[in-house]
Design a protein around this ligand. Sequence first.
Ligand code: ZN
Ligand code: ZN
Length: 345
Amino acid sequence: MLAPNKLDALIVTSPPNVRYLSGFTGDNGALLLSDGATALFTDPRYEIQAAEETGCKVIVARGPLLERLMTEVRRKHLRRLGFERDRISYREYQSLDECLAPSAGLQPVVGAVEQLRCLKDAGEIELIRRSMQIAVRAFEQAAGRVRAGMTEADLAAELDHRMRTGGAEASSFETIVAAGKRSALPHARPGRAPIREGQLVLIDMGALADGYASDMTRMLYLGEPARKVRQLYAAVLEAQMAAIDAVRPGVPAALVDRVARRTLRGYGFDKLFVHSTGHGVGLEIHEGPRLGRHSQDTLEAGMVVTIEPGVYLEGFGGIRIEDTVVVTSSGAEVLTQLSKELRVL
Ligand code: ZN
Ligand code: ZN
């Protein structure tokens, strides 16, 4: 990363990037990467943990972290310094700038570590697989207990609890449970209204285990689904499976998005699909590559992405089906080992 950007050093401040490069999982750390040397700066609370987790040289700062880091920069006469433009606060930037030697300069770097993180090694894929298994098990345990009268918030809490007791350290994002008309809000917050007969229930959830996220969406229906629900569901399912079929190395991510949209257009539902088809998953729930209309990314073996087309009808409800999949050398491996049929309760 240093040579192509003509840098003497790169300062990494975002926790997932620090974790990815060093193994350090604490939330106050910064890395100084220079030719052949990487130092992790943290505060005294993390002294023992940092020594256990990372092979980098650990420097414990007694005062502000970035000021201590800049002392090291001056001591080593590092002049061209990259920093993570999209991951740093204005205050942190000021503190780097104030400590800069007159002959040195700061250069914004965008997405360098994120680019590396797009490609997962076998160990990372195993962690995501496990995270997905925890989410799937929690879903199966909780879905069987859904009854009319239960609130969206109750069901979300049940799913979160089961993920935690199943081995997750947290949910990978705020669990979405949206019933009836509210399922037309792609990112609804679980509410206090009871789930009723004759309602669609959208559940979008994922676990965080050993730092790695998973992401899935499934649909329940209480009662006998009307024909319109069945039609919409069948179209989304066909789009989702067609998009997974399109996943393979060398394929533009935008093409996978196009395949999902084209399938929905065949049923006249493409206008109801208001978001992109998917996103990368790893240390963060949303990371590269992007599977959208305007994505410039190309799929490569080792990427882990979601495939999640959906349709949303105001006043009626929404349907989304989402799996987390690994791009393999020949296609896609679906990590979400769970039936995609509409679950009728
Ligand atoms: Zn999701
Ligand atoms: Zn997602």
